[in-house]
Design a protein around this ligand. Structure first.
Ligand SMILES: N[C@@H](Cc1ccc(O)cc1)C(=O)O
Length: 411
């Protein structure tokens, strides 16, 4: 029997664990109550939160009990972990409104019926803390020297870390202690940027209560350039359909970089690993099949099957509609060119789509060129025979409106 730990490990979620062997053993023996915190700093959860939500869902499916903590109290402070600037201070009204949205979204993704999961808001205990009592009970267990060397604050020393934010770690640690006492919560999970905050809570419970407590962090999804995934030129990819339409949401995953497809299938869908491995091994033009499955599955989880189907149909018909209308300018090129392979810029040049190679390069880097509905991310990408569809054509899209067909002919 594979445990929740095995599942998360096999799917590539786990980045760091505090006590790996004990955690493994615990997962084998008992139902574990664990928690993940979400600070309602915006109107909606984002694609960035989605990895941790998926981990929560896998844990729940394996029979463990999630606590989703909404950080109504911690958001009053603002987590400085990994941030180069201090966040704008938010009003209580903003925080409460966002918290309501977070609750609704989480309730769609995790099963909260019959106590199978618990939702809490740390405003309920943090807002009433007595300063002196808190310092004597909690503050006494934290070493300022150690806190100053924590990885998560490194990026802040240039611009300065305020005392307000410096307290954040203690607040999050206190949450874990509170949940440990109230709900017997023994494990905190989170993105890898949360490692120091999680460690703070683990050590607080161990010192103050003399009880076991554990922490584990997950991989953060990044692009091949190391930037946070789930962001577009227009901003974050939101889970709220009013902020990012199910169609745009679908298209984001449909146009993901080739090298990220397998990782996303593994972390963001429930497909069995055999299927993830099969799809992840597809190459050349076939990788588009894998991207279609990814986009469909992620959209289904977040927006439901109907919206996923609609988005898929719309994406396909937009592309096919363009291709079939007949009015699309077409350039015929000999098959030998594609047997050898031709780089995208030279191909666009042959089709008279560009004034200069530097224009083409700029366009591609801005994400303004796609081939067969796949964004070209690399100026050196080579087009070969395998990119052609059954009717010997490929579609190049330049900017928002210019479609151009390349027909492969055998002269
Ligand atoms: N600090 C976490 C959110 C969080 C808040 C309170 C907690 O107890 C745990 C986690 C984040 O920024 O993502």
């Amino acid at each position: 029997m594979s445990t929740a730990f095995d599942v998360l490990m096999e799917r590539g979620f786990i980045e760091q664990t505090t006590h790996e062997n004990e955690i493994k053993e615990m997962f084998e023996k008992e139902q574990v109550t664990f928690y993940i915190g979400f600070d309602p700093t915006a109107e909606s959860l984002t694609a960035g939160h989605f990895v941790t939500v998926m981990a929560m869902a896998h844990m729940q499916q394996a029979g463990h009990r999630p606590i989703a903590l909404i950080g109504g109290g911690t958001t009053m402070i603002g987590d400085p972990s990994g941030k180069s600037d201090m966040r704008k201070m938010m009003t209580t009204e903003q925080i409460n409104a966002n918290a309501e949205n977070f609750k609704k979204q989480l309730s769609k993704l995790i099963d909260f019926s019959d106590g199978k999961a618990i939702m809490v808001n740390n405003a309920d205990w943090l807002l009433n803390i007595n300063y002196i009592e808190f310092l004597r009970e909690v503050g006494v267990h934290f070493s300022v020297n150690r806190m100053l060397s924590a990885e998560c604050y490194k990026s802040r020393y240039e611009k300065g870390l305020t005392f307000l934010e410096f307290n954040y770690m203690l607040m999050q640690s206190y949450d874990f202690l509170e949940l440990n006492k109230k709900h017997n919560c023994v494990l905190q999970l989170g993105g890898n940027d949360q490692w120091s905050n999680i460690l703070g809570g683990v050590e607080l419970i161990r010192r103050k209560e003399n009880k076991p407590a554990f922490g584990m962090t997950f991989k953060l999804l990044t692009t091949s350039e190391g930037k946070k995934m789930g962001k577009t030129e227009k901003g974050a990819v939101w889970l709220d359909p009013n902020k990012t339409s199910p169609y745009d949401f679908y298209q984001y995953w449909r146009n993901i970089e080739d090298v990220k497809v397998k990782e996303c299938l593994s972390l963001l869908t429930f497909l069995p690993m055999e299927e993830v491995n099969r799809l992840g091994a597809l190459e050349g033009a076939k990788i588009n099949q894998a991207k279609e499955v990814l986009a469909y599955e992620v959209t289904k989880i977040v927006h439901g099957e109907q919206e996923a189907q609609k988005a898929e149909t719309a994406a396909k018909s937009l592309f096919m509609g363009g291709a079939k209308s007949g009015s699309i300018p077409t350039t015929e090129l000999d098959q030998s060119i594609f047997e050898e392979g031709i780089d995208i810029i030279s191909l666009m040049d042959k089709a008279n789509l560009i004034q200069s190679r530097s224009e083409a390069r700029r366009l591609i880097l801005q994400g303004g060129v796609s081939v067969n509905d796949n964004k070209v991310n690399d100026v050196n990408v080579t087009i070969t025979l395998s990119d052609f569809k059954d009717d010997d054509t490929i579609m190049i899209k330049k900017g928002k409106k210019v479609y151009h067909q390349i027909k492969c002919v055998n002269q």
